[in-house]
Design a protein around this ligand. Structure first.
Ligand code: IPE
Ligand code: IPE
Ligand code: MG
Length: 240
């Protein structure tokens, strides 16, 4: 497998919309929450495999700004899962040498979750392995709106001249500032939409939509996604 991978172009940054937990549970006659639990187990496995394959950045969509409209029990359960994940993430990050960063509007999260996010980011900031971004209360439109507000504030304070606002300035005010754009976006479960994920950053990403439900997404599925990426002819508007 290692030799096979060595001939491949490996996407530097993979973004994943982890979808299909509810359908996975329904198929088994289980509550949706069981699907989320199973989906949580897939996360570590896929991060490890991505890094082994040579991927440097993984960004995972864990909870969208729209997901608050789900039934309260489900939202509470998802927040509990995130709590547990973040509690374990200190150990996980250490074990896998992962640098963890959370994107999204964290100010709307419970204070204990915010604290765990800050602790994880601080403790893992010097790790040199995979760079993992977790999107929590994240929406692309919300991210761009918050960036615009920050820029407007800096204009008002006289720090930026409106004439100098360009794409680099906007990017520097997004939650993903400093990260390369995703080369490959994967959405599991067969749905083919962005659902407000990384609207700005996916301008030139390749999209891959496997039917596999997220809890079933395996190392093999990830390598197939990388194979798919290798069949694409990336042009960025130019010719080849
Ligand atoms: C994705 O699985 C997980 C989150 C949105 C948090 P879903 O819960 O959307 O699963 P489906 O789409 O109902 O199968
Ligand atoms: C997108 O999935 C959000 C996450 C995976 C966290 P959804 O399942 O919530 O998206 P829609 O509602 O089907 O578009
Ligand atoms: Mg869904």
């Amino acid at each position: 497998m290692a030799e096979e991978l060595s001939n491949k172009a490996v996407p530097k940054h993979i973004a994943i919309i982890m979808d299909g937990n509810g359908r996975w549970a329904k198929k088994r006659g289980l509550p949706r929450t069981a699907g989320h639990k199973a989906g949580g187990k897939t996360v570590e496995k896929i991060c490890e495999e991505a890094y082994r394959a040579g991927v440097e950045y993984v960004t995972l969509y864990a909870f969208s700004t729209e997901n608050w409209s789900r039934p309260k029990e489900e939202v509470d359960m998802l927040m509990d899962l995130l709590r547990n994940y973040l509690s374990d993430s200190l150990n996980n990050a250490k074990k896998n040498n992962m640098r963890v960063r959370v994107i999204g509007d964290r100010s709307k999260l419970d204070p204990d979750i915010i604290k765990k996010i800050e602790e994880t980011e601080e403790a893992s900031k010097d790790y040199t392995g995979l760079r993992l971004q977790i999107a929590i209360n994240y929406g692309g439109k919300d991210e761009i709106t918050r960036a615009m507000k920050k820029i407007a504030e800096e204009v008002r304070e006289g720090k930026i001249d409106p004439a100098d606002i360009d794409q680099d300035v906007i990017e520097a005010h997004l939650d993903t500032a400093g990260l390369p754009a995703p080369d490959l976006l994967i959405r599991t479960s067969g749905e083919q939409r962005l659902s407000n994920f990384l609207l700005w950053q996916t301008a030139y990403s390749e999209f891959y939509f496997p039917d596999t439900l997220w809890p079933d997404f395996s190392k093999k599925d990830l390598l197939e996604a990388i194979d798919y990426y290798n069949t694409r002819d990336r042009r960025y508007g130019g010719v080849r």
